[in-house]
Write a protein that binds this ligand. Structure first.
Ligand SMILES: [Zn+2]
Ligand SMILES: [Zn+2]
Length: 254
């Protein structure tokens, strides 16, 4: 599997970090985890292609994680994508209402020339192409899910936005890579979010093999986030950058 960071930032606009988005490529599938504003452009910058995209998994409905849903639905109506494979959207209950309300406001988001499949996800495991996806409720909003994606080649967990909770340890248990919210430095914790030190404590308890810190607010600038995490976790630590590629498990992607 190959993970590409498309957006390591937040709702606050900064030049180098787009809001949340991650591309996961397996042998047979391409999946977006979250699609904050601008992430579709980042997808193309990273060499991705909407023709090949199978699914979008949304961690929650804050707009820094899903605003490009409207851009995606509008783009897919283009004759460029006529007769493409179905697009699958996954998210906690509320997804159908969100898409319905968006389509009421913007009738031109109605699918045309392709099939849109909406899946409201409850905690548990479901198949997606060659992936097994496990959704775990996470402490952030009432509709927040973390996703753990596993193939024969490896495993990766995405916290989405997250505050301290046992479910994060369950989500990331023994994964090859744990992509985790580390919104602000240790001494500036925000409600509903983690810091590098807190992310690292959860990663250590989960015994994940590599910790990728992400979702950095501008408050992180100038702080040694790696040192804050290293104090609590012995494994490799990556500070996410937009367009960075992170191989996961065995190199099975095409
Ligand atoms: Zn966020
Ligand atoms: Zn959020």
């Amino acid at each position: 599997m190959l993970l590409t960071i498309l957006g390591s930032g937040t709702a606050i606009p900064v030049p180098d970090r787009f809001p949340a988005g991650y591309l996961l490529q397996t042998q047979t599938a391409q999946v977006l985890i979250d699609c904050g504003p601008g992430v579709l452009r980042r997808l193309v910058q990273a060499g991705g292609d909407l023709h090949k995209l199978d699914a979008v998994l949304l961690t929650h409905y804050h707009t820094d994680h899903c605003a490009d849903l409207a851009a995606l639905l509008f783009a897919l109506r283009s004759p460029n994508f006529a007769n493409r494979k179905p697009m699958h959207l996954f998210g906690a209950p509320g997804l159908l209402r969100l898409v319905q309300k968006l389509t009421e406001a913007w009738p031109w988001l109605q699918p045309r020339g392709y099939e849109l499949e909406l899946h409201e996800v409850l905690p548990g495991t479901f198949p997606l192409a060659d992936l097994e996806v496990t959704a775990v409720p996470i402490r952030h909003t009432a509709q927040s899910l973390g996703y753990r994606c596993t193939t024969a080649a490896g495993s990766v967990a995405f916290s989405g936005d997250a505050d301290e909770c046992e479910e994060l340890v369950l989500l990331a248990r023994d994964t090859d890579v744990f992509v985790c919210d580390a919104a602000t430095p240790d001494d500036e914790k925000l409600d509903g979010h983690l810091t590098p030190g807190l992310a690292a404590r959860h990663a250590a308890r989960a015994a994940t093999h590599k910790l990728v810190l992400t979702h950095f607010y501008p408050a992180c600038d100038g702080h040694d986030l790696r040192a804050e995490a290293k104090a609590h976790y012995d494994g490799p630590i990556v500070l996410a950058e937009d367009l960075q590629r992170i191989p996961i498990g065995q190199p099975d992607w095409g």
